[in-house]
Design a protein around this ligand. Sequence first.
Ligand SMILES: [Ca+2]
Ligand SMILES: [Ca+2]
Length: 752
Amino acid sequence: MKRAILVVTVALAMMPVCGAGPAAAARPAEPAQRLVQAIVVLTAQVDPSTVKAPNRRQRGATLERTLRATADTAQKSVLELLRKRQAQGLVTTIDPLWIFNGISVTAAPSVIRELAARPDVRRIDPEVTIQAPVLPRATATAETGPPPPEPNVALVNAPALWNLGFRGQGVVVANMDTGVDGSHPDLAGRWRGGNNSWYDPYGQHPTVPTDVNGHGTATMGVMVGGDAGGTSIGMAPDARWIAVKMFNDRGAATSTAIHRGFQWLLDPDGNPDTADAPDVVNDSWTSSAGGCNLDFQPDLAMLRAAGILPVFSAGNYGPTAGTVLSPANNPEAFAVGSTDLADVIDPSSSRGPSACGQPVVPRAVAPGVNVRTTDLYGLYTTASGTSLAAPHVSGALALLLSAFPDLPADRQAAALEGGAADLGPGGPDNDYGYGRLDAFAAYQWLSTMPDFTTSVSPSTATTTPGGTATYTVSVAGVNGFTGPVTLSLAGLSAAQATWSFTPAVISGGSGSARLDVTTAAGLAPGSYRLTLTGTSGSTRRSAYATLVIPAQPNFTVAVAPASATVPAGDTTTYTVTVGALNGFTGNVGLSLTGLPGGVGSSAFNPTSVATAGSSQLTVTTLATAPPGTYPLTVTGTSGSLSRTATVMLTVTARDFTLSASPSAVTVSRGQTASYTVSAGSVGGFAGSVTLSVTGLPAGASATFSTNPVGTPGTSTLRVRTTSSTPRASFTVIVIGTAGALVHQVPVTLTVR
Ligand SMILES: [Ca+2]
Ligand SMILES: [Ca+2]
């Protein structure tokens, strides 16, 4: 039979958007400004481990109220900025979210940079675009007789739970997919209905469940389909369904729509007082990008905190190792691989290990080869891929929640793993995870197996490099568990931190320990994912926390202009600007180096800047300053932090020129020789020049018509000879003096 591999791909990139701001509209000749879509994640985030409530559904409501209150308060300042930038045409869309404290924006790159520099912004995720899968459809087949379960449904032991009376009744499942054909005879009657059971974030089909692709109809059929087609195709036929159409009709999903979809699932009717969240959420999609992408981790963490285990298809990128992609490889996700009816892994099923540090991915496998399920137009199809394996697990959860309605998400995962039929190498492995889904064994495991859960609080702690963060790790036993639990931590290297648990072993089955994590002085700012694992015998139960090393407060120093030219003796000014980074609030003292005392002096006004602001630097040069270019370094100092900026100061000389005309005069004894002495100005020189002469012959005397002479200016030099003046040629030196500046010019006097 032809196998239809369900593939979902993702293009991870900043999505450029052509802006249609007023500036662009007013000047059509200029290219439209390129805006980008991004998810702004704020610093303040709810710690879900602090949300306490007596049962699973009330915990969801309490969690939602806390999330909404946090977002309302913490987003005010950023929203104010965004609206201001929107008025300037630099922002087109602002879409606040509360499932985590974040805002989807379409904004100019300058605004994105502005946001990233804010201390109340933790990080900025690029908008992701995911392409919807194509599902080849088979023709409907007419079948008669009693409705046996499909072999895939039988293999995972769903009928054994049906026989116990657990058929998914009282449970609501959801998928995030291409939509659901709400008119399919095996699905129509199982839709929960009302106005809180269908969400199309694109608004293309706002009220009626619709699927133009078929993929979402196929995954929903595996979860809740009935036997209208002649065989029982669904795992939990008495469950009801709701859905998020996360792919639009063109088959694309944006990360904004996905975030909104997760948020809708936490509270479909937008009223925290009504418990209308689904019990089970199936996500048969992954990105196609390798590595660990945590864009959706906050959403998954909140689903888990609300008691919903995020079930993901592992992806169809096998058999190469490391092909379980995000978000399926995120610590909060339960990734499902695909096997055939002989319990052999599908070669295309994605394999571990996880780039995000999950100890084993996939977590389990389920049938995903030649699975019969619902198709569009009321038809049925037989298709393959992990997209169809995952809803087996989601459907099994619906059965387990019929039996144990208050099961927390981590116990749901533990039961699926504890009941799984080990395949491949003994024990959990990166092909089959814990093994092939067995719904009945999971039920038995939950009913009888002594077990424990591990939790950690707070989920996020912040410290500085070299500082210590403290967590409380708790162990709770169930089904009579009394064993000792040894605690360990993963996620930090010995070079990054040291840590200790007090006590290191929790005895008696339940209790708590204090975890101190002391970071290395050189630990780089960032978010570090910690895995806290309790181990008792071969049972390991993990909880997850985040250690945040915030970027240290810092400041910038900038000086303008970069260079200035000043005549010696004049004054010039620079503007020194101090900018605050990462919440810096100190006082920045300013000083200057590089200006020799013989060149001039400097002063800052003010001499220090509080947090951020500017100061005027005045440099006063001496009239005698040697001409040249001097690099000046402005240093801002606050505590142990210092930042410098260097600018150039070019000093030009002030000077005068001296010339005399004619250069030679011949006179007889007793006559007077006249020369015109000219003084000129250089570099803005405006003083006067005192004139004198040397080298006069005996018996001669000199006078100047004007002395001192201005610049520019002329003076007539008269040299009067007498009868006793020798007959000869003499060199007479005319000297001009202005302060320290001295110039001279020779003239010739011949006496005959
Ligand atoms: Ca509600
Ligand atoms: Ca195994």
